[in-house]
Design a protein around this ligand. Structure first.
Ligand code: TMP
Length: 218
């Protein structure tokens, strides 16, 4: 077993997941602040991205102006190439020194977007997950869940240029949401947070979840 494996680390790994427009970025800040207030060293990061090389891959993945579409396999491999770099350069070193990592998306997004959305065979994703993560999994994953109609309004309200994923059809996002929900319902690592009410109520639910799940690790 290598030094980066899960058994050797002391920090905790928390991920936030959900479709577009669920409020992940704001709530990642909330989780980081909650942990920092309890004296924990927090490394905030995101996927795809989190290191200069992985951020360069992110650009390749999200750029809506590229004329050549990625094949499903190329997209899948790019996502995992970014993840391999992120794990090696940022996530594992942080966990190994005892810091907690809070990551905006991780491999559940690959199952939801490439698996559910694009229809890539889940076995192919599991094979790459095993290869790249070597047993490392988040300790806790908050799935922020909202109906598509609410999410679409929030994305439109941002007024920013849509990236390559945000331009997908409703059927794509329905499959993304369904995949996230079925993964979350099957695995105690997840907490499903209803992210449709006001931000204040959503953060109240997140704080309650952190009290229940994280307090035991402190
Ligand atoms: P976001 O982090 O700003 O939401 O954008 C990242 C986009 O990348 C989002 O549309 C989901 C997509 N994505 C995948 O398709 N697969 C993945 O494994 C990850 C981490 C993200």
């Amino acid at each position: 077993m290598s030094a980066g494996d899960i058994e050797h680390r002391s920090g905790r790994f928390i991920t936030l997941e959900g479709g577009e427009g669920v409020g992940k970025t704001t709530n990642v800040t909330f989780v980081c602040d909650w942990l920092t207030a309890r004296g924990i060293e927090v490394v905030r990061t995101r996927e795809p991205g989190g290191t200069p090389g992985a951020e360069a891959i992110r650009e390749l993945l999200l750029d809506p102006t590229r004329e050549e579409a990625w094949s499903d396999d190329a997209e899948l491999l790019l996502v995992f190439a970014a993840r391999a770099q992120h794990l090696a350069e940022r996530i594992r070193p942080a966990l190994d020194r005892g810091a907690w990592v809070v990551c905006d998306r991780f491999t559940d997004a690959t199952f939801a977007y490439q698996g559910g959305g694009r229809g890539v065979d889940l076995e192919r994703i599991r094979t790459l997950e095993t290869l790249v993560q070597n047993g490392l999994q988040p300790d806790l994953t908050l799935l922020l869940d909202v109906p598509l109609s609410v999410a679409a309004q929030r994305v439109a309200g941002r007024g920013a240029q849509l990236d390559r994923f945000e331009r997908e059809r409703d059927t794509f996002f329905e499959a993304v949401r369904a995949t996230y929900r079925s993964r979350a319902e099957a695995d105690a690592r997840f907490a499903i947070i209803d992210a449709s009410p006001s931000l204040e109520r959503v953060q109240c639910a997140i704080a309650q979840c952190l009290e229940q799940r994280v307090a035991a690790w402190l």
